[in-house]
Ligand binder design. Sequence first.
Ligand code: HEC
Length: 142
Amino acid sequence: MRTLLLTLALSSACATPALAGAGPQRNFLNNCAGCHQMDGSGAPKAGIPDMRGVVGHFLRLPEGRNFLVQVPGTANSPLGHAETAALLNWMVRAYSPGQVPADFQPFTTAEVAQLRQQPVHDVPGTRASIVQRLQGLGLAIE
Ligand code: HEC
């Protein structure tokens, strides 16, 4: 009976196009939203950046793009590389659609796997230098 219910639940989920983003969204809820909040607002006073209208800017620079994978919350989550790539592709569009560059190439599984092997040691310093370069491009980011 349990198996039947599960099968029904899964098949109805797959049949509903509106739930296409359910995987990444659910993964964000379970692995990220505890700190970042489901609306991406974070807790800036506690050092958790507000992603809304901002996080897409990072995609303008290779080191900014890499940072979204290498930041500890992403790199150290229990999610697999493919799930993480899908999560990031969903996340930038969900929280920062207006800032995602038109020529954005989605994160790939191989890219995520490689970057996770190269942790960033000075997270605030790395972010500060990326933000400075983005501001140099005239983008509004703090
Ligand atoms: C335990 C709390 C916590 C969890 C869980 C967490 N993060 Fe974070 N996240 C932070 C903090 C704090 C920062 C600020 C940089 C730092 O100190 O790591 C951050 C920064 C980020 C940034 C960079 C944003 C910016 O503007 O610099 C991204 C992207 C990010 N997190 C993604 C994720 C994703 C994706 C997940 C889930 C897979 C996740 N985080 C889980 C706390 C968390």
